[in-house]
Design a protein around this ligand. Structure first.
Ligand code: PGA
Length: 252
């Protein structure tokens, strides 16, 4: 509600896209975009981290991993640790993205362990929560969000950022209406007030993710509890990504 907005944050989740040349070209075009009205973090896949870290050096754009294993090292084929992420230049990491929850059977408790591990290395976890289409249709959206959030935060990380990503809107071109998104964000902020305190909850940035594009971003960000975006598909095009970020400055 307050006109005194939290500074917006926009994440670009590249998922399993791009090779090093694409990443390099993206960064060159993106960084030529000049000053931006939001904090920005890129989440490339692991093989691109070194390239993107080098390309972003000296800029204010942050770098994050798309996943983290709870352990520092060990026999975990295909996994990546917080130590390795920090060593690659990351300061952020996604925890509990729905594609990890679904494709890799990540439980709510594993998401909590990952967020706790992130903090051990000074990484800020960007914890993702969101309901499926079936859960929304069954009227279970709030129940699912509450379960995911409480599981992630109970005995969990003290520092974190939250993303609401309704699964039915991810990569589908079907965006939540600003009203639907605001309702979920306000619900999540209400839970944060209960779980943290009023001031801490007010200070938290809650990002929206799910088919955000330059056409729908301005209306979404005009809602009082939306503090930025986690962008998938549109973050692969530097001009589209810049347009989304710029829309975060238009009403604040
Ligand atoms: P999308 O992905 O923007 O392609 O829907 C969002 C996300 O999964 O973070």
């Amino acid at each position: 509600m307050s006109p005194n907005r939290r500074r917006p944050l926009v994440g670009g989740n590249w998922k399993m896209h791009f090779v090093r040349d694409d990443a390099q070209r993206f960064c060159e075009t993106f960084l030529a975009g000049g000053a931006l009205p939001a904090d920005v973090v890129l989440f490339p896949s692991f093989p691109l981290l070194a390239t993107v870290a080098a390309a972003l050096e000296g800029s204010e754009v942050g770098l994050g991993g798309q996943d983290i294993h709870p352990d520092e090292k060990g026999a975990h084929t295909g996994d990546v640790s917080g130590l390795q992420l920090v060593d690659s230049g990351c300061t952020w990491v996604l925890c509990g993205h729905s594609e990890r929850r679904q494709d890799h059977d990540e439980s709510d408790d594993l998401v909590r362990q990952k967020a706790v591990a992130a903090l051990r290395y000074g990484l800020t976890p960007l914890i993702c929560v969101g309901e499926t289409q079936a859960e929304r249709q069954a009227g279970r959206t709030f129940e699912v969000l509450e379960r995911q959030l409480r599981a992630a935060l109970t005995a969990g990380p003290a520092t974190f950022t939250l993303a609401y990503e309704p699964i039915w809107a991810i990569g589908t071109g079907e965006t939540a209406t600003p009203e639907i998104a605001q309702e979920a964000h306000a619900f999540l902020r209400g839970l944060l007030v209960e779980m943290l305190d009023e001031n801490a909850a007010e200070a938290k940035r809650i990002l929206y993710g799910g088919s955000v594009n330059p056409q729908n971003a301005a209306e979404l960000i005009s809602k009082p509890d939306l503090d930025g975006f986690l962008v998938g598909g549109a973050s692969l095009d530097p001009e589209k990504f810049l347009a989304i970020i710029r829309s975060c400055g238009s009403d604040s």
